[in-house]
Design a binder for this molecule. Structure first.
Ligand code: HEC
Length: 142
């Protein structure tokens, strides 16, 4: 392992570890904790990574990705509003932490739903850059 990739590995291990510690200690995470972790992970995957974009996050949220659904199919075109499940019609509380402080406070919940929803919409997991862009967008809507 080169020194460079060793350093990168340590950085990603540390930031992922931090979220793990928060979740195991039963502490509430903040949206910023998630942004920091996704940024570390994005840098490892793409050394040219320059930071997250709310615009890219908005496009990601509103567009379909080869299937029938976008994120907005269930979370609505405005993530500060309550949404409705596209299949079950169950009410879904707003996804933006600006409208719903419970969002991005529970590490296990965020990981679980990113995994499930990304698989439903993209047929794969979301990348750290996609998650960071999305969260940046969610924090930018009023
Ligand atoms: C088929 C409906 C559906 C689609 C499509 C969908 N979601 Fe969800 N999402 C849900 C449900 C249901 C929950 C869990 C209930 C809740 O937390 O209100 C949820 C919860 C979440 C959470 C948990 C946030 C937290 O802190 O509580 C995140 C993150 C999330 N969704 C992101 C996405 C993203 C990103 C997309 C698009 C790639 C997406 N969702 C598409 C239904 C959907």
């Amino acid at each position: 392992m080169s020194l460079q990739s060793g350093i990168k590995r340590s950085a990603i291990a540390l930031s992922s570890l931090w979220l793990m510690v928060i979740s195991q200690a039963g502490m509430a995470a903040t949206p910023q904790n998630f942004l920091d972790t996704y940024a570390q992970e994005a840098k490892v995957q793409n050394p040219g990574f320059k930071g997250f974009s709310a615009k890219a996050g908005e496009n990601f949220y509103k567009q379909t990705h080869g299937g029938d659904w976008s994120c907005s199919s269930c979370h609505t075109g405005n993530p500060t509003q309550a949404g409705k499940h596209a299949v079950t019609s169950k009410v879904i509380q707003p996804l933006s932490p600006n409208a719903n402080p419970a969002r991005f406070s529970d590490v296990d919940k965020v990981n679980k739903w990113f995994k499930r929803n990304c698989n439903d919409v993209l047929k794969r997991e979301c990348t750290p850059e996609e998650k960071g862009n999305l969260l940046t967008y969610l924090l930018s809507v009023k």
